[in-house]
Design a protein around this ligand. Sequence first.
Ligand SMILES: Nc1ncnc2c1ncn2[C@@H]1O[C@H](COP(=O)(O)OP(=O)(O)OP(=O)(O)O)[C@@H](O)[C@H]1O
Length: 455
Amino acid sequence: MLPMEMISAILDSVQEAIEVTDRNGQIIYVNPAFCQITGISLAERTKENIFQVSPEGALALALKTGEAVKGHRTRVGGSNAEVISNAVPIRVSGEIVGAVVIFQHITDIIKLTEEVRRSSNIIRNLSDKYGQVTKSKYDFAHIIGSSNAIKDCIRTAKMAAESSSTVLLLGESGTGKELFAHALHHASPRREGPFIALNCAAIPDTLLESELFGYHRGAFTGAVKDKIGKFELAHAGTLFLDEIGDMNLLLQAKLLRVLQEKEIERIGGTRSIAIDVRLIAATNRNLKELVREGLFREDLYYRLNVVEINLPPLRERYGDMAELANYIIVRLNRKLGKKVVGLSPDALTQLDTYQWPGNIRELENVLERVMVASDSDRITVRHLAPHLSLNSLTVSTCETTITPLDQLERMMIERALEKCGGSLDGKKEAARQLNISLATLYNKIKKYHLLDSKN
Ligand SMILES: Nc1ncnc2c1ncn2[C@@H]1O[C@H](COP(=O)(O)OP(=O)(O)OP(=O)(O)O)[C@@H](O)[C@H]1O
């Protein structure tokens, strides 16, 4: 049993108010916290009976019913302070000899609840932030190709990586813009910082602004909690804005202001937040033309293309096909559990002459479809044919690109054979349409290894 002075010291030092009565309701003890919350002294209070001063209170109820009373909300004392109390009868050898109540000022509880709410908001925001922050996944070693066209791009990108200048990546879909953005970040002094990517075309205009700049709770209907925007998330790192050509003019103006002032304001906020972000923008659209059409701000265009990198389409990367295809085949072998060793020479020629409207992404897809559908250890023209779109085997006359003559010749012969068939009559008709003799057609078929894929 604790000594009496110790019990008294404990009761005196707790934060919660304590009040004790005897079995008749006569108040026999209150602790200092009680006096502080209610403004009633020990001497005054111990003259009172609980049934008179607080007949509906938790203490009186516990005495009357002999039951514990929990979470009772009431007002006490001269200060009329609102409290939440818990009271229990005190029993000795089964007999009720009195009752005790413990209560706490409700504002303390409200303060605590508020504190808990604020803390959980912070935790939620941090975990949102943590979930969205990514590191770059690729570096320059992942960019395959030795053609002059791609080597030029890599050289410029490596140089740009060392600075914090804005980079504009231009190129058709699937040419590797995102891959370059990752590699640039990875090679930059910001590599330990976050890499945040946002596809401007994938998000409705109305949401894009809040994705970029974030918002404050209550800024608009549905803004139930604060949201951190991508600019803030990318602080001390890189923000990659893909499909920038699809951003509307209003947001373009806001983006320009951020780039000029290097600070953002959350929607519904009044405070500017300084940000240190390296921006990489990309688009497969012709930005200059969009500027001419009044769909893209000229001033923003010049802000963005401090360093401009034009990624070549796959059909213009002469000499890269074998290296790229083999790299992809190795990766697909791992992914699909296959043992494909490579391409036959005529399959490689076919890949070389194809127009690749979807560029390297399309090459990856074609090779994956071929490898899923076949158990052969070498990919031949026969495997490729069903997966290449015939339209892309044509060469558009309005294109400015130059196609080697033998590739063109091969394509035309192939198209004629597709159209007329590989039978003798088909070959005769193909030769007639190509305006060459049947013997020449046979020679060309042999040269380009064409019919082993069709007969
Ligand atoms: N030089 C390269 N070497 C190896 N893989 C590449 C190369 N370029 C692109 N790829 C691969 O091709 C696919 C498409 O690349 P990426 O997504 O970077 O293209 P994109 O230009 O950003 O396309 P989109 O404009 O459609 O977003 C990716 O899987 C990427 O890893």
